[in-house]
Design a protein around this ligand. Structure first.
Ligand SMILES: CC(C)(COP(=O)(O)OP(=O)(O)OC[C@H]1O[C@@H](n2cnc3c(N)ncnc32)[C@H](O)[C@@H]1OP(=O)(O)O)[C@@H](O)C(=O)NCCC(=O)NCCS
Length: 174
């Protein structure tokens, strides 16, 4: 069983679990909120619940391979930030309820996440986003990440056409 809480100036990151079903649905079922995402929007609450059950069971492991956090602001659940480790590289992801965009919360949460895991020896991070998702790649740039790839053929779940994807990477120093 793993349990990690990370505090920042304005936010608290806590393990994402099924208890957040309703508040995750508020952004994960919304097309505007998930326009640039490959695996969202969810079609219904059952899809969200399946996802949350998987996430919760990963937290139950002694050594999870990925960590999905709820982003809490003033006691309210406003989004999620995550890191998935493969071959030592951490893939970062983020989503906020749209009522909370543009306040620097995604950057603040992701910065705290990379700082936390860098102290555990994880120094290499990667992230992907749709080339039209300016907010997302600006978060990457603010984190100090640099663009290392640009590929066609991205298919966001709600899109009827393929788009271009950016890849960014971060190498932290010990
Ligand atoms: C992407 C997302 C997490 C960014 O969260 P956020 O908290 O609004 O981001 P920040 O406030 O930290 O903003 C980061 C930077 O991007 C800029 N930015 C954000 N949205 C922007 C937009 N639509 N156009 C231009 N710049 C934008 C901000 O001004 C800020 O730059 P600055 O600090 O130099 O002013 C949020 O928009 C979101 O949840 N989107 C939907 C889910 C999603 O697409 N996730 C990413 C999948 S790859």
């Amino acid at each position: 069983m793993s349990y990690i809480e990370i505090s920042t100036e304005r936010l608290l990151l806590k393990p994402l679990t099924t208890e957040y079903l309703q508040s995750v649905n508020e952004y994960a079922l919304n097309e505007d909120n998930t326009k640039y995402m490959m695996y969202l929007p969810n079609r219904n609450s059952d899809e969200t619940l399946d996802f949350l059950k998987r996430v919760e069971s990963e937290w139950e492991k002694d050594e999870p391979s990925y960590y999905e956090f709820a982003v809490i602001c003033d006691g309210a659940h406003i989004g999620g930030v995550c890191v998935y480790f493969t071959d030592g590289i951490g893939e970062l992801g983020w989503i906020l309820h749209r009522d909370h965009w543009g306040k620097g919360y995604a950057y603040e949460a992701a910065k705290a996440l990379t700082e936390y895991f860098s102290k555990r020896g994880h120094l290499h991070y990667i992230a992907h986003c749709d080339a039209a998702n300016i907010g997302s790649y600006r978060v990457m740039e603010k984190l100090g990440m640099t663009k290392t790839g640009e590929y066609g053929g991205r298919k966001n779940r709600s899109a009827d056409h393929e788009s271009v994807e950016y890849q960014y990477e971060l190498h932290m120093v010990d």
